[in-house]
Design a protein around this ligand. Structure first.
Ligand SMILES: *Cc1c(COP(=O)(O)O)cnc(C)c1O
Length: 382
């Protein structure tokens, strides 16, 4: 079976892990954590980074740091991994689930502007969502598949409506928009994941980056049980969310190869896209609008007019022939825990989510293996 996405751990991972054991630094104090934070900040174009235990933990602590609390709403595209919504729920808040644009699969700024005008009211610095009577406390764009959202327009709306922005850039490290690195696109805080299936992994882990030093200090403080000084003084309810030196050791070795990994991911995507040109009435490439450089987390395509049943059959057939194809995220508004969450119309997310096909795209995927995937897919598409 050709796997969907497996990590390549053939760099300095084993050597750095051995250093952790030999030095005794296995917990959240240790030299690799600082090194990892420095490397992530640099790759994101930022001056500061805080490493966290997971991407989800990074999102939770970032939302807390910008002031999201009980009964608030947070604007979120429904087409995302459930962890984005869960991080909002951990704050006692609820996602306000918006649709995505067809051209990027990211939060739709036109729809958002309409809803802000029609349903919201700015009372001083407080944004009221009139239908629910609740405060809208933040905006959380998601950089779907590693493609940044339209932060020029979303950022302008955020400023106009006094909303802090926490970007879920889980799989987008290494991406950019108009030559601007992913951490500098206008979010107050940008959050990455280093889970095992992301392009660079630390086994599990995350990081929060941003430009405001005081805000990053608050993130660090909250993620470190809100401890003040060396004694057991804590000024609020914090979290035990720091990354360990063992995770950071793997992460450091992976980040040394970030640009090679992204080049490999991009080449894989381009080969699939070249095949799709021959079958343009069956399958379309993943979106990548002009001016954007996606980190190309996953590769695959959008089937043009398949039913959910046809998609299940296609995926089963690919798997029988040794290709680990998979479906993609089911929107949050269709998930039982978020049945009550306020939502916009979901014309785009509901029409595309079940037609997205992800295909093998490990950075170590050999050209012959990809040829094999392509041959199997050719047979299936007829
Ligand atoms: C992977 C991912 C997360 C969660 O990150 P973890 O490190 O697994 O907690 C959140 N949001 C998106 C969009 C993701 O792809």
């Amino acid at each position: 079976m050709i796997p969907l996405a497996v990590p390549d751990l053939t760099g300095n991972e084993a050597r750095y892990l051995q250093e952790c054991i030999s030095s005794g630094f296995v917990s959240s104090v240790g030299p690799f954590v600082g090194r990892f934070e420095h490397a992530v900040a640099q790759a994101a174009g930022c001056s500061h980074a805080v490493a966290t235990a997971s991407g989800t933990a990074g999102l939770h602590v970032a939302l807390t740091a910008v002031g999201v609390g009980r009964d608030d709403l947070v604007i979120l595209p429904s087409l995302t991994f459930i962890a984005s919504a869960n991080a909002i729920a951990y704050c006692g808040a609820e996602p306000w689930l918006l649709d995505v644009e067809p051209g990027s699969w990211n939060l739709d700024p036109v729809l958002l502007e309409q809803l802000l005008e029609q349903e919201c009211l700015l009372e001083g610095e407080r944004l009221l969502h009139r239908p629910s009577g609740r405060r809208v406390a933040a905006m959380m764009p998601v950089y779907t598949l590693g493609l940044p959202a339209d932060m020029q327009r979303l950022g302008a709306l955020a400023r106009k409506w006094r909303l802090p922005v926490v970007a879920d850039a889980a799989a987008a490290l290494g991406s950019s928009c108009r030559e601007q690195a992913v951490g500098t696109l206008g979010a107050d805080l940008t959050v990455f994941s280093f889970n095992g299936n992301k392009t660079v992994t630390s086994g599990g882990g995350g990081a929060v980056v941003g430009a405001q030093e005081s805000l990053l200090q608050l993130v660090r403080h909250l993620a470190t049980t809100a401890r003040q000084g060396e004694e057991y003084d804590h000024d609020r309810i914090g979290f035990n969310y720091r990354m360990t030196n063992v995770q950071a050791a793997v992460g450091c070795a992976q980040l040394e190869r970030l640009s090679a990994f992204i080049t490999a991911k991009r080449r894989i995507r381009e080969r699939y896209n070249a095949l799709f040109q021959e079958y343009a009435h069956f399958i379309q490439p993943f979106p990548e609008p002009a001016g954007y450089q996606s980190a190309c987390w996953f590769s695959g395509g959008l089937l043009c007019d398949a039913t959910p049943e046809q998609m299940r059959k296609l995926i089963a057939r690919l798997q029988e022939d040794g290709v680990a194809a998979r479906p993609f995220w089911k929107p949050v508004h269709l998930q039982p825990p978020y049945q009550q969450a306020p939502r916009s119309r979901q014309r785009v997310s509901e029409s595309i989510h079940y037609r997205i096909l992800t295909l093998p795209c490990s950075t170590s995927l050999r050209e012959e293996e990809q040829e094999q995937v392509i041959a199997v897919l050719r047979r299936c598409l007829g």
